[in-house]
Design a binder for this molecule. Sequence first.
Ligand code: HMG
Ligand code: MG
Length: 297
Amino acid sequence: TLPKSVRIVEVGPRDGLQNEKGVISTEIKLQLIDKLADAGVRYIESASFVSPKWVPQMGDAKAVMTGLQRRPGITYAALTPNLKGLESAIEAGVEEVAVFGAASEAFSRKNINCSIAESLERFAPVMELAKANNIKVRGYVSCVLGCPYDGEIPPEKVAEVAKALYDMGCYEISLGDTIGVGTPLKAKAMIRAVANVVPIEKLAAHFHDTYGQALANLYAVLEEGVAVIDSSVGGLGGCPYAKGASGNVATEDVVYMLQGLGIETGIDLNQLVATGNFITDAIGSTNRSRVGLAMSS
Ligand code: HMG
Ligand code: MG
């Protein structure tokens, strides 16, 4: 059965923008975050405290997180791969962060320069410091439906890494189809394997639309009981360490589908579409939301 409501985790300002080559001013990022809040988005992943040598576009994380007009009831989160990242995030007043691991060894090395086991060891002190500062930590697992380097990933491997992050204290585990290669029955099988070891209400679907499968995959996992969806306004995005990874599924497309299914999100679709047009115009990219395009013509 389908959930009655879904919590949207908007990752546009982070996952959406991290791979853009051109300079995007902090001001544009702040405007995007504000417009998302206006549209009713309640969780906005806003920045990433990673090495600026690795991901230059996120180099202004501190300016973004301190420049935000915080509103009550909205979570503004940031990625923190290690203690250095979390320390910077704390200085910037961040109240929720995310660590990110992978179900694939090769991707783990390319993305965060260490093995899966080493990444889990690195996250342990991050979890400790976060707890001491009352900061909630979300956990990501990448490459849950395939890896650009290792190919097929067994669902059991995804479950193992998800459980490790959950046991470590991550309150929610976001399962990333980083390169968008999944199809609905594979997505269901993966969710079932993970739900055997982590409660289903603690799982989020983070699907990319590279092969045009994201909505179909989301529908498949909604049927399994997943009720948290990560998406990116305008379908912005890609991952710097996964060649060909196009954007996350567009938030507009997800909200349109959920509305049609009678599932609440609390988001105003018209304002969301305007926000997708704003950011894609501002950075000179094409709007990859089909709903955004249809509702703007
Ligand atoms: P490293 O080179 O192994 O780290 O990088 P290190 O500890 O050896 O440090 C090297 C240098 O980086 C040092 O500077 C550190 O100070 C600096 P130097 O002495 O050379 O001048 N450094 C940092 N600077 C700022 N913030 C930090 C930080 N840490 C070290 N936190 C590291 C390891 C993880 C830092 C690096 O590999 C990195 O930054 N990777 C970024 C990966 C990334 O951001 N990927 C995209 C996000 S993940 C994603 O998109 C997938 C997801 O959406 C889900 C999905 O779709 O599947 C989440
Ligand atoms: Mg992603």
